[in-house]
Design a binder for this molecule. Sequence first.
Ligand SMILES: [Zn+2]
Length: 595
Amino acid sequence: MHPIIKLNSNWDLSQLYYSFEDPTFIHELSQAEDDFYKIKTLLSEDREISSEYLLNCLEYMDTANLLLTKVSSFVNLTLMVNSSHSEALHFNNRISSLQAASQQSLMLLQHKVGSLDNIEKLISDCNELIPYSFLLRESYKTSKQNASVVIEDIILQMQLTGSRAWQRLRDSLDGAAMVSISLKGEEKSLPLSAVRALASDTCQETRHIAYQTELTAYKSYEGPMAACLSAIKGEALTTMQWRGYETVLDRMLDVNKMDEQTLSVMMESIEAHLPAFRNYLKAKSHVLGHKNGLPWYDLLAPVGQNSRRFTYDEAYKYLVDIFTGFDKNMGSFIKNAFENRWIDAFPKEGKVGGALCADLPSLRQNRIFANFSGSYSDVRTLAHELGHAFHSRCLDKVPLVMRDPPTPICETASLFNETIVQEQLLQAVSAEEQLFLLEAGLRESTQTVVDIYSRFLFEKEVFERRKSHNLSEEELCEIMLSAQHTAYGDGLDPEYLHPYMWMCKVHYYIPEYHYYNFPYTFGLLFAKGLYARYKRKPEGFMEEYINLLKSTCSNDMAGIAVQVDIDIHSRAFWDSSLEMIVEDINHFIKLCENI
Ligand SMILES: [Zn+2]
């Protein structure tokens, strides 16, 4: 069926530029700098704002952003596969300044639009402005929620010595933490991050020792970390008042284009399904030999056997087959990505870890960064990143200045692909491997649903108490334990929870981005619900799915979901997503009974 082709596993960046000496690269970099300078001047002019002026600014920003993504991708992607590439490093600073200039131009535009009282008339007077109308309306709306330009500027300046300074302190305390650990009779000194990574080690004793070592290490710098967290959350409460929000959560809902009703219905549905997750945790704890619920140190432990390996060419064939079976066009999209060298597949010296997908709008292509080592999860990761690529290509007609889908919808196409691969894999493997695959999926879903629920409860309580006082390390630990207890219930052994998760997760310390995680719960459950919707009615699904992806930059969450006839205000939708996970839980429990 497939002609035998030898895949090249290094991505091709030469379609961007031949090299850093390429005269086009040098020219386009300077051109982008020049463009953003002129845009800033244009947006700073004190003049009457007409439709033509707005259109001129927006189109100019699109042109400049197209150049920016082209030059910045060439520099950044080069560095990802070779972090010491001296020529790429040389251009790094200019790229960062360009990115800041692009953000600044958007901010200036938003302020400009915010000062208008005839935005609807300006849009209706000019057809070419229609593709930008969502951005213009949102800019108008959010700038009403911002403080005045002067106060916003003061907030930005003060944060450098406020929340951003606290965040830097947090990072340096955490990054510098070295721990002594005794593993299999050997004394070692490891960075705390390496000890944390042992939570998913295959040896139970190692996981247990790592957990104890981690908690002892956290205790040694809990005081300054509590001061950092308390200060950052305090600042968020102050700036929230200046911006006229009632709660920090209200602001984050606006940022994520979600409404309160959606969040509360989703949370209600999660609460109703917590007992099912606890059943999974209890079954896992039995398999691992525990009697009193799962101890925290085994939460991320692998279960079952994982022996099948894939070569890169096999992964290619496997994914093309699966996705062609799902939809012909999707199959050829994936075939094209592999064959036309969109992917940098293997780990190599100087290449950083992880996986991601980069959009190259100037080529209408993507590049996928991976560290493929041949496991199931590597194949799933490729499918995940290819989902992001597919989403990007659906946005080809969206003006570049708007091409920034809100977080909750960003992971839809990627998780949707993962779900397709997981379903197929499960049908084709032995019971032992099914156990491994199901458990790996459930481990992740439990983090995204149950753990994030505990983080949400934690953060809500922290903001509540921070209104009246600075929070001590004891108080933060107490709030964390109570949140974990509420979320995990008797699924976890109460003797072995993790009081220091507030030190471990960096998200709590990001200024201006609080309640960082719940959009990811939305993302997972939305992708699952979408898949359930596809299963119920496959005919015509693909067309609706593409329309949904196309609308992700020009609508709020509820408006996007309506494209596929999904009502995210309805409890039934969230229940149907969670029921898909419950099916996996029941399957897992059955397999455990036969061990
Ligand atoms: Zn992703």
